[in-house]
Design a protein around this ligand. Structure first.
Ligand SMILES: NC(=O)c1ccc[n+]([C@@H]2O[C@H](COP(=O)([O-])OP(=O)(O)OC[C@H]3O[C@@H](n4cnc5c(N)ncnc54)[C@H](OP(=O)(O)O)[C@@H]3O)[C@@H](O)[C@H]2O)c1
Length: 331
């Protein structure tokens, strides 16, 4: 019989609720503990999801001897502190994106995981979905030909009054680290590390980026354009354009219900709509299952979302921020 993996959640906010709801689809796993800054928050969360252990501080959660792995679901400005706290207590970690604010923080987190020999993975959930595999398959089998360009956008008109996290400079607010990170992740997945980056932003009154536009330039003459905004509702689509065809993911390219491939003239099957099968739930169960598999194998790093993947992602975000002039107090 496979070992049951016992999960705790650190920070009982918006995304923690979705993740907790999806845990019922993760075989061989049990959500046994919730930890919050206050007893009231932890108790309410534990009651809503039928979680047996409720902790009124993060310290109490990481000292719970029955917990194997902790899902860190606080705002990304706090991930560095909270992940180190978990690792120091020998708890495996699945931490929400963005893994931290800058590369220095990610390097310290990875170094701690390796030193303590404890599992650490960034919760880049899209990479574990069936849709992502469809995209990867098309790139591998050459259906699109040589990739020439990508256009990716992610935007929504943030509700008023703004939730603190989105605009708070200490919590890592701004579009780039919150939603633009998906654009960057997809372009890196398809086209790799850019040779040059140009980027611009419009600041919110807190100094974080309210909009961010970046161009990735490659020495092989290909380009990618990435745009994120909190000011308007965008299509939130990704166009991956090769010299034989174009793949359109979206809306919600990071978890689409369909992928459309359009081949250039000369083919009878010039347009195909590929339905993306998805299980019930929000889609967070795939990454949680993968973490359970890794822990059963005694790994400290995921072979799918590796430490190197997180370091490249953060290094690229740092490069965009440098070009666009987006700074955080911890930089
Ligand atoms: N994968 C996805 O699809 C997805 C979607 C949305 C967000 N995210 C990521 O998930 C993380 C959390 O986002 P969220 O929207 O869930 O955030 P949120 O609801 O605003 O906050 C999450 C929780 O963090 C805890 N927290 C600890 N210190 C805090 C502080 N100083 N200020 C505010 N909250 C504090 C609070 O929980 P307690 O009071 O209970 O301790 C709060 O409820 C972010 O890194 C974000 O990028 C991922």
């Amino acid at each position: 019989m496979q070992k049951k993996i016992r999960w705790g959640i650190l920070g009982c906010g918006h995304i923690a609720k979705k993740f907790a709801a999806d845990m019922k689809y993760v075989e061989g796993a049990e959500l046994i503990a919730a930890g919050a800054r206050s007893r009231a928050s932890a108790d309410a969360f534990a009651k809503e999801f039928g979680i047996p252990h409720s902790h009124g501080s993060y310290d109490a959660l990481v000292n719970d001897p029955e917990v194997d792995v902790i899902y860190v679901a606080t705002p990304h400005g706090l991930h560095h502190e909270h992940v180190l706290l978990c690792l120091q207590h020998h708890k495996a970690v699945l931490c929400e994106k963005a893994l931290a604010i800058n590369s220095k923080q990610v390097e310290e987190m990875v170094a701690m995981a390796r030193q303590e020999k404890v599992f650490l993975m960034e919760a880049f959930w899209s990479k574990f979905t069936p849709q992502y595999h469809i995209m990867q398959q098309m790139l591998v089998d050459g259906s699109l030909g040589k990739i020439q360009s990508m256009l990716v956008d992610f935007g929504f008109a943030a509700e008023q009054p703004y939730p603190d996290r989105l605009y708070d400079v200490d919590l890592g607010g701004g579009t780039l680290l919150d939603i633009g990170i998906y654009n960057v992740f997809y372009v890196l997945s398809v086209m790799g590390r850019p040779d040059r980056i140009e980027a611009h932003m419009t600041p919110a009154n807190t100094g974080v980026d309210k909009q961010c536009a970046a161009t990735f330039i490659y020495n092989n003459d290909s380009f990618a354009q990435l745009f994120s905004t909190f000011s308007s509702n965008l299509a939130t689509e990704a166009d991956i354009c090769g010299d034989k065809g174009r793949l359109r993911l979206g809306p919600r390219f990071y978890n689409p219900t369909t992928a459309v491939i359009e081949y250039y003239p000369g083919r009878v099957d010039s347009k195909q709509i590929i339905p993306c099968h998805q299980e019930r739930g929000f889609g967070y169960q795939y990454e949680a299952r993968h973490v359970c598999d890794c822990l059963r194998k005694g790994l400290i790093e995921s072979p799918i979302m590796s430490h190197a993947d997180s370091l490249l992602l953060m290094e690229t975000l740092d490069r965009i921020r440098k070009e666009a002039g987006i700074r955080y107090p911890v930089d």
